[in-house]
Design a protein around this ligand. Structure first.
Ligand code: AMP
Ligand code: MG
Length: 394
């Protein structure tokens, strides 16, 4: 059995960057990774903008200005202010070329068509200059940047509609188990609703992988082999849930051997997720994720997520890890590394109740996983612990 650190290293050593990119619409680009930083077609802002509601001034030595016009956001501007003249102006409006400062309305006393200034405005106050945010021709987001909602906003504000992104991995999710029933159907004795495929598919979506081939297999060696063979032939990433343990009806290991999937590692000294398998066949990566729901998702976040980032040549692969003080004592009597569902609150981290690998209740409420190394037997309140921030965690 290998350690978590060794397993992570094996993932890093084997990840290969995806060759090929595609031009896609921004509408479907969240979670995708840029293969080329788009060049800004314009300056942002493209004209001098008022940053506040107030008055645009052509500065003079006097405290009194004559208000001669008004400019709203969106207006075309054709005003020539003489020194000592002002125009009423609103946030986002074009600043007249003849104005060199904005005074905010809170610092002004209005008397009919005159204003009296409280302070002394300086040239450039509250004016957003042309290209101040982004210069025309510059590359605001680099290759390897994964598009989040704010990236879409930024690119939209530049008038960009399409981006060149790294091709997606073709992914298949295979769930195994005689006991599994799709929701919507009636449960018979001994059956449970199948839930891991929804978890894995949602996690893949957050990585920009929207199209997933979903396959369900009963606990039967022949079916497992034939379905797995097709999935391996047709995908770049195959994620299998369940059937990788050592029970009589766990056929995934045998099927992987029969299909000559190269084993990169099998079994990691961790809880949850000990029987995790990682392998490769031709160019296709395979993870067999232990079927208990919290094991499946933990293994996804720690290993699959990292592999996807590395394959996409993402600039910051893997989840953010920060040491934070733990707010309680915690014992590790398992001799394995632990990934504990946790919540970061202000500056400390709290281990949640219900850590069993069969339950998702703590995972659903978690915003982080706390990592406790295998050799650590006890931690005390206030000790710094490695805290892995989860996506959606807030
Ligand atoms: P296994 O890894 O196949 O031994 O499964 C371990 C546990 O996870 C068993 O209790 C299974 O019923 C459960 N399990 C396996 N696959 C799924 C699934 N797709 N959805 C929900 N529970 C599952
Ligand atoms: Mg099973």
């Amino acid at each position: 059995m290998i350690s978590v650190e060794e397993a992570i290293q094996i993932v890093k050593d084997n990840a290969t960057s995806i060759s090929g990119s595609e031009l896609i619409s921004l509408e479907i680009a969240v979670g995708r990774t840029l293969s080329e930083g788009p060049k800004s077609p314009l300056n942002l802002p493209s004209f001098r903008q008022s940053a506040m509601d107030g008055y645009a001034l052509n500065l003079s030595d006097s405290h009194r200005y004559e208000v001669v016009d008004e400019v709203k956001a969106g207006d075309e501007v054709d005003i020539n202010l003489e020194p000592g003249q002002a125009a009423r102006i609103f946030t986002g409006a074009k600043v007249p070329d003849s104005a060199n400062s904005i005074v905010i309305q809170e610092n002004v006393i209005r008397e009919e068509n005159q204003i009296k200034l409280q302070g002394k405005p300086k040239p450039g106050d509250f004016i957003r200059n042309i290209g101040e945010q982004i210069e025309k021709g510059s590359i605001p987001l680099d290759k390897g940047h994964t598009l989040n909602p704010s990236s879409l906003g930024l690119l939209k504000s530049l008038g960009i509609q399409e981006v060149e992104v790294v091709k997606n991995l073709r992914a298949a999710v295979i769930v195994t188990g005689n006991e599994l029933v799709e929701s919507g159907q009636e449960l018979k004795e001994g059956q449970i609703y199948e839930s891991n495929s929804a978890v894995i598919e949602a996690a893949l979506k957050s990585k920009g992988i929207y199209e997933v081939n979903q396959i369900t297999i009963r606990d039967n060696l022949d079916d497992t082999i034939s379905q797995l063979r097709t999935a391996l032939d047709e995908n770049d990433l195959v994620l299998i849930s369940g059937g990788i343990s050592v029970g009589e009806y766990d056929f995934v290991g045998k099927a992987l051997k029969t299909l000559e999937v190269e084993e990169l590692f099998y079994r990691v000294l961790q809880k949850p997720g000990k029987p995790l398998f990682f392998g490769k066949r031709n160019e296709t990566f395979v993870f067999a994720l232990p079927g208990n729901p919290a094991s499946t998702l933990t293994c996804f976040y720690i290993y699959v997520n990292l592999l996807i980032d590395l394959c996409k040549a993402e600039n910051h692969p893997g989840l953010l890890r920060i040491k934070l003080p733990i707010n309680q004592d915690y014992g590790n009597k398992f001799g394995r590394a632990l990934f504990l569902k946790a919540r970061v609150n202000n500056e400390s981290v709290e281990i949640l109740d219900h850590q069993a690998s069969s339950t998702m209740i703590s995972f659903a409420k978690a915003n982080a996983l706390v990592y406790i190394p295998a050799q650590t037997k006890e931690i005390h309140k206030g000790d710094p612990v490695e805290t892995i921030f989860l996506p959606y965690g807030s």
